[in-house]
Design a protein around this ligand. Structure first.
Ligand code: PRP
Ligand code: URA
Length: 208
């Protein structure tokens, strides 16, 4: 599947706030959440709807309701946490799992440290959340863990992606649809996305 790169003036505007090094943690978190909700809107175009009857103030009518049990959101810790509130604003009853991964600063290889997902995860579509898709190592590892748990349908939401990372994920997991709000230029020698927004986790949690 080819990555879907969302194009919208509001997204470009919101990204301009995230990229600005003078944006503080509070605003950074808020805007990351807003972008996540827009990505979620796009990623749920194929959502299953159930037909039910409701009564409007005028008469009975058939309406379509989302089957909220079809989804689980899984943020990749830490930075993925910034996207959770945004996607839950769209689907409040989705279940949430967590995958803990960090990049080894020298090798850039992902190091797994936590995995907890809903019991019935194999019956759900999983939407993975991570603002940064850089080398693709973390995304590939998280997708592999979710597949191992029996999940058949997986989507990956990122705010900014590097071409190198997208290519790698598409090669290893061609069945996973990636959505991103920006395809940036390249990775620098330290594996950071250029122009990017810096270290997402540090900017969200104020750890640097
Ligand atoms: C960042 C980011 C991704 C990963 C992307 O996490 O949130 O998970 O790097 O890089 P990759 O595509 O090269 O694997 P980081 O390892 O900095 O952990 P953190 O979220 O706890 O800060
Ligand atoms: N992780 C980040 O937080 N930022 C990058 O640019 C690359 C990986």
């Amino acid at each position: 599947m080819k990555a879907i790169i969302l194009e919208h003036p509001l997204l470009k505007h919101k990204l301009s706030i995230l990229r600005d090094k003078n944006t503080g943690t509070k605003e950074f978190r808020e805007v990351a959440g807003e972008i996540a909700s827009i990505l979620c809107y796009e990623a749920t175009r194929d959502a299953k709807l159930n037909e039910v009857e409701v009564e409007t103030p005028i008469q009975k009518t058939n309406v379509k309701k989302l089957d909220e049990n079809q989804y689980a959101f899984v943020p990749i810790l830490r930075a993925g946490l910034s996207m959770v509130d945004g996607v839950l604003s769209m689907i409040p009853n989705a279940k949430i799992g967590h995958i803990g991964l960090y990049r080894n600063e020298e090798t850039l290889e992902p190091v797994p440290y936590y995995f907890k997902v809903p019991k019935d995860i194999e019956h759900r579509e999983v939407i993975l959340l991570d603002p940064m898709l850089a080398t693709g190592g973390s995304a590939i590892d998280a997708i592999s863990q979710i597949k191992k748990a029996g999940v058949k349908k997986i989507k990956f939401l990122s705010i900014i992606a590097a071409p190198e990372g997208i290519a790698k994920v598409e090669e290893v997991h061609p069945d996973v649809q990636i959505y991103t709000a920006s395809l940036d230029s390249h990775l620098n020698e330290k594996g950071y996305i250029v122009p990017g927004l810096g270290d997402a986790g540090d900017r969200i949690f104020g750890t640097k």
